[in-house]
Design a protein around this ligand. Structure first.
Ligand code: ASP
Length: 256
């Protein structure tokens, strides 16, 4: 529906559709403001949810070590994606030098890490991709904005780990069919996740609900979510530059 509506708006031209576009823009601004209100109260909410869960688990120290293990696994998987998987795949597909690629994307990764937002990083990603990665404006202006919206591998990897971790904490055994739905739904959810801080938590709720895992469990991981969010944003933007480099490499030989 969204795609069809967008195509129809473009075809009709701004004169006929400007009122509708204004309503949509105003709705977006209102929703973002509501989210601002919610975020103001989020620390209190997270504290309350976490306190309730700690009481439920009777302050079991094993839960905290499990949480530490969870963080280590998320960090390990994200680092693997950003610094081994993408560079090696890029080398295989485009024959680009891994060191040059990593040096060029490092400033983008730093900005992604500090803002926790692929969308906020996008202008810099585009500039850096054109100046340092040798990606043409044509490719960068199509692939990177699209990537910042739909290509979130770090997010999808993180969501899958969260779902499995919480299922384990609650002692829920997943069937093979459920594992497959987690796989499928986390990819879909990551596509739908906005490139803003903490966005994937909302989508993870949907994945958990659809495989029957208690969503209150999310409170467990909310306390340590911010640093993991910073890291998955790094992977998300690295994935975007990787795809842009591959698309560029397919069009003409590498300049690196
Ligand atoms: N912060 C992430 C990003 O902007 C999205 C998320 O996983 O929450 O890419």
């Amino acid at each position: 529906m969204a795609l069809l509506t967008g195509v129809a708006i473009v075809m009709l031209g701004s004169e006929k559709t400007s009122a509708f576009v204004s309503v949509i823009n105003a709705t977006e601004a209102i929703v973002l403001k509501i989210i601002d209100f919610i975020m103001e109260f989020a620390p209190i909410g997270v504290f309350a949810l976490l306190a309730a869960l700690v009481v439920d688990f009777s302050g079991d120290p094993a839960m905290f070590s499990a949480l530490g293990m969870y963080a280590i696994i998320v960090v390990g998987c994200l680092l693997f994606l950003a610094y081994i998987f993408y560079p090696v795949l890029l080398r295989i597909i485009t024959k680009k030098n891994i060191g040059d690629y990593l040096r060029a994307v490092f400033p983008i990764q730093l900005l992604a890490f500090s803002t926790s937002s692929s969308s906020a990083t996008l202008p810099f990603t585009m500039e850096q991709a054109q100046n340092k990665l040798g990606i043409s404006e044509e490719t960068a202006s199509f692939v990177l904005p699209l990537g910042a919206t739909v290509n979130m591998d770090g997010t999808s990897c993180y969501q899958a780990i969260v779902v499995l971790f919480i299922a384990q904490i609650f002692g829920i055994e997943l069937t093979t069919a459920q594992y497959l739905s987690v796989l499928f739904l986390t990819v879909l959810a990551s596509i739908g996740t906005a490139g803003v801080p903490g966005a994937s938590v909302v989508m993870t709720v949907m994945v958990m609900a659809s495989v029957g895992i208690p969503v209150e469990g999310l409170a467990l991981i909310l306390g340590i979510d911010r640093p993991l969010d910073m890291l998955r944003t790094v992977v998300n933007v690295t994935g975007d530059t990787f795809v842009a480099s591959v698309v560029e490499g397919k069009q003409k030989p590498s300049v690196l």
